[in-house]
Write a protein that binds this ligand. Structure first.
Ligand code: OAD
Length: 251
């Protein structure tokens, strides 16, 4: 897209946002790419280097939990070494404008939106920072310090797994219901840095669109969500989100 087309699209997106009473944002791995967190489906992405069925499925876990823990410990170490970027921070500023009428739904498990200071965040795929006990079910925040490759529950001694949604598993009902409400009720949906191929997360886009929300896509390239988008801002989210924020008048 030319510079002129981009300016026009940014102005249009900002106009729509300014008149929106409720705003929902759906983010994916792309929003953290400029922080140094690998995405999944890029040629050098996580799913090129690891088999989903080995490290992100219940079968993989049952076959070799040590391998799974090694994978998540490496991801935890990666996130410990990075920081939120200007895209995360622009979303923090946007939330201040709409307050509790702003909901940030993220597929990311890196916790960088919370580190940046976003408040109303729904981590629909779980968090790298949390473990869940296979015995007592307790979910605990562990931060990002290294865990062993066979961690045990401090409460009951049973095995711990990453509190991450794997392929073939359902999302947490409460968190997912809140995400659907946010998409259903918003006047504008920002879809940022996601290939929009993983469901049910990606279905938030048609849910919002069907209810008449304006859909604004920010990505390096068009995606599965583009068919629903009223406007696309194609470039890095660490650049596009601050540019969009700049165009929103102060509260
Ligand atoms: P993907 O790896 O599928 O897609 C990342 C998207 O980010 C692509 O569309 C890229 O074009 C875009 N992108 C990359 N760098 C960007 C940048 N700097 N600015 C803007 N966009 C950029 O990651 P997700 O869509 O997040 O689920 O994947 C969805 C889910 O699939 C993940 O949550 C994960 C994975 O399997 C689970 O693990 C449950």
């Amino acid at each position: 897209m030319t510079d002129e087309e981009l300016e026009t699209s940014l102005d249009q997106a900002a106009r729509w946002l300014r008149v929106s009473k409720r705003v929902c944002v759906l983010t994916g791995a792309g929003v953290s790419a400029e922080s140094g967190v690998p995405t999944f489906r890029a040629s050098d992405g996580l799913w090129e280097g690891h088999r989903i069925e080995d490290v992100a499925s219940p079968d993989g876990w049952n076959r070799n939990p040590t391998l799974v823990w090694n994978f998540y410990n490496a991801r935890r170490a990666n996130v410990k070494s990075v920081a939120p970027n200007s895209g995360h921070y622009a979303l923090v500023e946007m939330e201040k404008r709409w307050g509790d009428r702003f909901c940030l739904v993220t597929q990311n498990v890196d916790g960088l939106h919370l580190d940046a200071g976003s408040v109303n965040v729904l981590e629909i795929h779980g968090s790298l920072r949390q473990t869940r006990c296979l015995g007592c079910g307790e979910v605990t925040n562990r931060g990002l310090d290294p865990l062993s490759d066979a961690p045990e529950c401090p409460q009951c001694g049973d095995r711990l797994r990453p509190h991450i949604v794997w392929f073939g598993e359902g999302l947490d009902d409460v968190v997912w219901s809140a995400a659907m409400v946010a998409a259903d009720e918003c006047d504008a949906l920002l879809v940022v840095g996601t290939s929009a191929v993983v469901h049910p997360a990606a279905s938030l886009v048609p849910i919002a669109r069907r209810k008449g929300a304006t859909v604004i896509e920010i990505n390096l390239t068009p995606t599965e969500a583009s068919a629903y988008a009223d406007v696309g801002l194609y470039g890095p989210s660490g650049v596009m989100l601050p540019k969009l924020l700049q165009r929103l008048a102060p509260v």
